[in-house]
Design a protein around this ligand. Structure first.
Ligand code: GLC
Length: 622
C-alpha cells in the first residue's frame, strides 16, 4: 500500500473538543474542588526510582514515568505490572483519588520489558510505507503496554531528520512530511484501538514539539566540553566507552541543539504531523529540548501556546522532556516560571520533584504564574485522563501478561521486518540466495539480538547479545537453510562458499549519545568484507544501522547490499527475504548520502529517497 503523499502546508485547526459536554462538566467540577497543592501535584511527573513511599498519595502526584531502562528488578512482565499497579492504587487513596497516569517510552514495542515484542525502529517502518501495518503495530504495542498497567506511551516521534549524524535519526519514519503524518496517525489510531476509553487504549505522546530534527551540527549545549558538566542522567548512562571518547566522536553535537530554519519551513515541513495527530485525537504532546532561532522550545510561548494550543486547537496537555526545564536558566525557579507561562502543563522532573512543587507554589502565590494558567494546565491533564476512561475504570489490566511477546505479535513484527528491508544493490543474481548454495555468515552482529534492536531496548542505550528473547539473523537463516549455513564471526573460514553474507552493525545508542561526526565503517568492518570476498563467489552486505552510513566504497565491492535498519527481536524476517520466501518491497524514506561532506539534503546521494529493488520470490521447498 503506498501512501497518498500530501505535503499539507495549511494546518487545519482541531474544531471539536475531545470530551462530551458531560465530560467537560466532570472536569470542571473536579477542578473546582482541588487545592493549589493538588493542582500542582497533577502537574508533577517524577521518575519512579525517585519517588518516596507515600508521596504519590501525599502530594497527589499526577503521573510517574520509567525513563529508558527504568525497570523493576527483576525485569519481568509480572514485576512491571505489580510496580505500576502499586503506584496506581496508592494514587486512588489521595483525598480526591485522581487516577495516576504512568508513562513509558514504548517506541518500538514495550521495549523496556524483557520478553516484550520488539518491532523495527521507525526508520524501518517508514521504509514499509504501510500505514495499515503501522496501525497494527500500534495496537499490538498498546496491548502489551496496557497489560502491565501502563496507559501512556511517549510515542510516536514525528521527527523529520535533516542531518543523519543525529543520534535520533532512527526514531523518524521518513524525511517526507506527508509520510510522517500518515504513519504517525496510523500508530496513534493503533494505540487508541476502538475508542480512547477502552482499557487497552494507550495515550500517545507526539514528540518532540517542534522541529526537533532540524537542529544544526555543533549547536547543542547539553554538554559543556570544557567543564564536562556530566549531569546525573548522563553520568548514569555512559555507554561503556569513556564519555570523553564518545564526545570526541561527536556525541551531543546536534541533539537538543538549535534550528535556524525560517517560520515558513517550520510550518511546511515540521508542523503538519502535529495537526494530523491532533485530528487523530492525540491528547499529549512532548516539548522538544531543542531551540528555534536561539529560544528553547520549553520556554517558547508563541509555539507552545499561540500555535499548538491556539491555532491548532490542541485541547490536551504538553509534557516537558526529562529535566528539560533545568536547561532554561541558572535559577530553577525562573525555569519553572518561564516554562509554565510558555505553555508547559506537566513537568517531567525525574529527581527533585519537591523542589519543583515548592517553586511553582511560590510562583503562583507571588503572581509570577497566574493561577488561571495552573487551572488551564490541570484542566488539560484531566481532559486526557477522562478521555482515557481512567476515572470510571479499575486499574486492573484487561489483558493477561502472556500477551507480551505472544506468537501473534512476533509474527506481526516478522512481517514488519520483511517489509522494512531495502534492497539497494543486487548483481550476479546474488539474491535471493540460490537454492542449495552453501552460505557463510560473517560478523558478530549476525548473532546479536541487541545489535538488531539498537537503542531504547531494555536499557536506554541498548546493548549486545541476548538482552531479550528473540531470533537472530543467523538463527533465522539456519532455520530456513538448514545445514548449508556456516558461521565465522571474524570471517576466517576454510573452504569455498557460494555466497558470504556479511552482517555489519552500528554500536547501539540513543539520543545525543549517538550523534556522530564520522558515519563511515571501521577498518575492522571493511576487513570482514575482504575476507568474505576471498572465500566466496558472491558477497552480500547486510547493514544493521539507525541511519544511512557512508558505505560508498564498500557497496562498490559487494554483489548485493541490504539496508536492514534496526529490525528488533524477529531476525528471521531478514532470512525470509534473503532466501526469497518473501519479496523485497522496502523503499528508502531517507536520501542516502555518498560522502561526509554532502550529508544535509545530499546533492549527490548514493541512493535517492524512494530507491529500492525487488528480487524474485523463490518457491520454497516444503
Ligand atoms: C528522553 C527523551 C524523550 C523521552 C523522555 C523520557 O530524554 O528525549 O524522547 O520520552 O526522555 O524517557
Amino acid at each position: 500500500m503506498t501512501l497518498a503523499l500530501s505535503l499539507s502546508t495549511h494546518t487545519e485547526p482541531h474544531m471539536t473538543h475531545p470530551l462530551t459536554p458531560q465530560g467537560q462538566q466532570f472536569v470542571e467540577d473536579l477542578l473546582a474542588q482541588m487545592t493549589l497543592d493538588e493542582k500542582i501535584g497533577q502537574m508533577t511527573q517524577p521518575e519512579k526510582n525517585s519517588v518516596k513511599g507515600g508521596d504519590v498519595a501525599r502530594l497527589a502526584l499526577g503521573s510517574l514515568l520509567s525513563g529508558g531502562g527504568g525497570n523493576p528488578e527483576p525485569n519481568t512482565p509480572e514485576t512491571w505490572r505489580d510496580m505500576v499497579l502499586g503506584f496506581a492504587r496508592e494514587a486512588r487513596t489521595s483525598r480526591l483519588g485522581i487516577p495516576l497516569l504512568y508513562g513509558v517510552d514504548a517506541v518500538h514495542g514495550h521495549n523496556n520489558v524483557v520478553g516484550a515484542t520488539i518491532f523495527p525502529h521507525n526508520i524501518g517502518l517508514g521504509a514499509t510505507r504501510d500505514a495499515d501495518l503501522v496501525r497494527r503495530i500500534g495496537r499490538a504495542t498498546a496491548r502489551e503496554v496496557s497489560a502491565t498497567g501502563v496507559r501512556w506511551d511517549f510515542a510516536p516521534a514525528v521527527s523529520i531528520p535533516q542531518d543523519v549524524r543525529w543520534g535520533r535519526t532512527y526514531e523518524g519514519y521518513s524525511q517526507d512530511t506527508g509520510v510522517v503524518s500518515e504513519l504517525a496517525t496510523a500508530f496513534i489510531e493503533g494505540l487508541r484501538g476502538d475508542a480512547w476509553n477502552t482499557p487497552t487504549s494507550v495515550l500517545p505522546s507526539v514528540k518532540h514539539f517542534v522541529a526537533d530534527a532540524a537542529t544544526n551540527w555543533g549547536s547543542s549545549t547539553r554538554v559543556n566540553r570544557d567543564t564536562l558538566n556530566v549531569d546525573r542522567t548522563l553520568a548514569i548512562a555512559q555507554m561503556g566507552e569513556s564519555f570523553v571518547d564518545l564526545l570526541d566522536k561527536g556525541a551531543w553535537q546536534i541533539d537538543q541543539g538549535d534550528t535556524t530554519i525560517d517560520e515558513a519551513t517550520l510550518r511546511a515541513v515540521h508542523l503538519p504531523p502535529y495537526a494530523a495527530a491532533i485530528r487523530a485525537g492525540a491528547l499529549n504532546v512532548m516539548a522538544s529540548y531543542s531551540s528555534w532561532q536561539g529560544l528553547k522550545l520549553h520556554a517558547h510561548r508563541y509555539l507552545l501556546t499561540d500555535v499548538l494550543k491556539g491555532e491548532l486547537g490542541f485541547a490536551g496537555f504538553v509534557v516537558s522532556d526529562w529535566e528539560a526545564l533545568d536547561q532554561l536558566d541558572a535559577d530553577y525557579r525562573a525555569c519553572v516560571v518561564q516554562a509554565i507561562n510558555a505553555g508547559i502543563d506537566m513537568v517531567m522532573v525525574p529527581f527533585d520533584y519537591e523542589r519543583f512543587i515548592r517553586c511553582l507554589r511560590d510562583a503562583v502565590q507571588t503572581g509570577d504564574v497566574p493561577e488561571a494558567r495552573v487551572d488551564d494546565a490541570v484542566r488539560r491533564i484531566l481532559n486526557a485522563k477522562y478521555a482515557l476512561g481512567l476515572f470510571g475504570q479499575s486499574d486492573e489490566p484487561a489483558l493477561p501478561l502472556d500477551v507480551l511477546g505472544c506468537e501473534e505479535h512476533r509474527a506481526l513484527a516478522r512481517e514488519a521486518v520483511r517489509k522494512s528491508l531495502v534492497l539497494l544493490k543486487n548483481e550476479r543474481d546474488a539474491l535471493p540466495l540460490a537454492a542449495g548454495a552453501d552460505v557463510l555468515v560473517i560478523g558478530e552482529a549476525a548473532d546479536d539480538v541487541g545489535a538488531q534492536c539498537g537503542g531504547w531496548t531494555i536499557t536506554w542505550m541498548g546493548g549486545h547479545g541476548p538482552t531479550t528473547p528473540g531470533t537472530t539473523l543467523l538463527a533465522g537463516l539456519r532455520a530456513a537453510l538448514g545445514g548449508r549455513v556456516q558461521y565465522a564471526p571474524d570471517g576466517r573460514a576454510d573452504g569455498r562458499y557460494g555466497t558470504a553474507i556479511v552482517v555489519l552493525a552500528e554500536e547501539p545508542y540513543a539520543e545525543g549519545m549517538g550523534d556522530r561526526a564520522d558515519l563511515t565503517l571501521s577498518a575492522a568492518q571493511t576487513e570482514l568484507l575482504a575476507r568474505a570476498r576471498a572465500v566466496s563467489d558472491r558477497v552480500v552486505l547486510v547493514l544493521l544501522s539507525g541511519r544511512p552510513l557512508i558505505v560508498t566504497e564498500q557497496v562498490a565491492g559487494v554483489d548485493a547490499f541490504v539496508a536492514a535498519w534496526l529490525p528488533g527481536t524477529e531476525g528471521d524476517g531478514v532470512a525470509d527475504v534473503l532466501t526469497g520466501a518473501h519479496p523485497f518491497t522496502g523503499r528508502l524514506e531517507y536520501s542516502w548520502p555518498s560522502r561526509l561532506d554532502d550529508l544535509r539534503d545530499p546533492q549527490a546521494p548514493l541512493f535517492a529517497r524512494g530507491a529500492g529493488l525487488s528480487a524474485q520470490v523463490v518457491p520454497q521447498l516444503t
